[in-house]
Ligand binder design. Structure first.
Ligand SMILES: Cc1cc2nc3c(=O)[nH]c(=O)nc-3n(C[C@H](O)[C@H](O)[C@H](O)COP(=O)(O)OP(=O)(O)OC[C@H]3O[C@@H](n4cnc5c(N)ncnc54)[C@H](O)[C@@H]3O)c2cc1C
Length: 383
């Protein structure tokens, strides 16, 4: 029989993060959003709790948990603050995971302990101004000269790449041409700081104001030959593998956002009165919230399923895309409906739902757009 109940350990983790989100994250969320400042103190506390090390082995400073544990934490954080949740998601699933999956023992020993502790952040540099959905179109180059890779180019929209605690950026770069004449793309570890590497001024974004996002430039950046991550020429394939897993994590974050919108709307609809009674007593309002709950529930079921398949070693690519697709849409649709339920107050930044309204759009774009998920699902169907 299928059993989707959480174990007592998982339930304990979920409750601990829920409490942390309510007591530590939520009180400062509006401030960091308004001032567009990175929540260093919150990140330090998440590091102390072990959240950045959740899916990594204890020998490298991790908590010895799994990817699903990370997802549970992201869902709870996503309910109250998407910026904090994406900082954790990108730090773990994009920053540290490539080192864990593809790194040599020396690379793991060097990077994982401080990334797992949350004392340092790693970033994932795939996207370029002209290469997003079509990330294989990368133009950044790396040439091997006298035992060093010399990197030149730019990257766009890179999360966690310019904070005071950013210590590593993993980038894809063209390192040659394959036998069949295609670009040979490899991954390289760039410690921060390294001369020639610049995190340009942060973007002004519609949402995720407290998350750190920069364009990056590489101007004759030299790193030792041993900073090649994984096999030469396998960099793009490796990044795609990381993104398959990352979609489950982003789906979990989006489910958190969708559920946060439900919770806020239920509470508001019970206490806000119009025409002499709580607005939730109007079926038009109650049905809107019921539909929101259905979206959050469906999306949660989808990411649990994708995570279960991944952890069981089964194919999970299609399921991860489905989870990312439905969860991103659930977050966006619920944010729109929750704002409507809150009336004019829902348009005021101090309300969580207003933040979700601005923050959720990117969930249909980042780590593969809705259209890219549809492309992957239809490909799996043989279309
Ligand atoms: C806040 C933020 C944080 C990010 N963090 C990171 C990060 O840490 N690391 C990183 O590498 N990247 C990051 N990204 C980049 C993100 O993954 C890309 O923006 C995303 O993959 C889309 O690429 P694009 O912006 O170039 O859009 P495009 O690829 O130019 O797409 C534009 C539109 O065309 C559609 N489209 C494209 N091709 C097709 C097709 N064949 N069929 C149908 N529709 C198509 C797309 O779905 C989209 O709607 C981040 C982006 C943002 C905004």
């Amino acid at each position: 029989m299928l059993d989707t109940r959480l174990t007592s350990e998982q339930e304990q983790l979920r409750k601990t993060v829920q409490e942390f989100a309510r007591e530590v994250v939520a009180p400062v969320s509006a401030h960091h959003d308004e001032t567009r400042t990175f929540p260093y103190d919150v990140v330090r506390q998440m590091g102390d709790m072990g959240l950045f090390g959740l899916p990594f082995p204890e020998e490298h400073g991790g908590m010895g948990g799994d990817y699903f544990a990370l997802c549970l934490a992201l869902e709870e954080l996503g309910k109250v603050d998407q910026s904090v949740a994406i900082t954790l998601e990108a730090g773990v699933s994009l920053g540290a995971m490539p080192v864990h999956r593809f790194g040599t023992d020396a690379q793991k020993a060097r990077w994982l302990p401080e990334l797992c502790a949350g004392r340092a952040l790693g970033a994932f540099g795939l996207t370029e101004a002209g290469a997003g959905s079509d990330a294989g179109g990368t133009r950044t180059t790396a040439v091997l000269q006298d035992g060093e890779w010399v990197i030149n180019g730019t990257k766009a929209f890179i999360t966690n790449s310019g904070t005071d605690i950013t210590r590593l950026v993993t980038v894809t770069a063209v390192t040659g041409t394959t036998a069949s004449g295609k670009k040979e793309i490899s991954s390289l570890l760039v410690p921060v700081p390294t001369p020639g590497f610049t995190a340009e001024p942060a973007y002004s974004k519609v949402g995720w104001h407290a998350s750190d996002t920069h364009p990056l430039s590489f101007d004759d950046v030299r790193v030792p030959e041993e900073n090649l991550l994984g096999e030469r020429g396998r960099g793009y394939a490796g990044f795609l593998q990381i993104l398959d897993e990352g979609r489950i994590a982003i789906a979990a974050l989006a489910v958190g956002a969708a559920q946060g919108c439900v919770d806020e709307s239920v509470a508001y609809a019970r206490q806000r009165e119009a025409f002499g009674r709580p607005i939730g007593q109007n079926q038009a309002v109650a049905f809107k919230i019921a539909r929101m709950e259905a979206r959050a529930h469906t999306a949660r079921t989808a990411y649990y399923d994708a995570a279960a398949k991944m952890l069981a070693g089964l194919p999970f690519k299609k399921e991860a895309s489905i989870a990312k697709l439905v969860a991103g849409e659930a977050a966006m649709d619920n944010a729109r409906d929750a704002t409507q339920v809150h009336g004019g107050y829902g348009f005021m930044n101090e309300y969580v739902v207003a933040r979700h309204y601005r923050d959720s759009k990117i969930l249909e774009i980042g780590e593969g757009t809705t259209e890219v998920q549809l492309m992957l699902i239809s490909r799996d169907l043989g279309l």
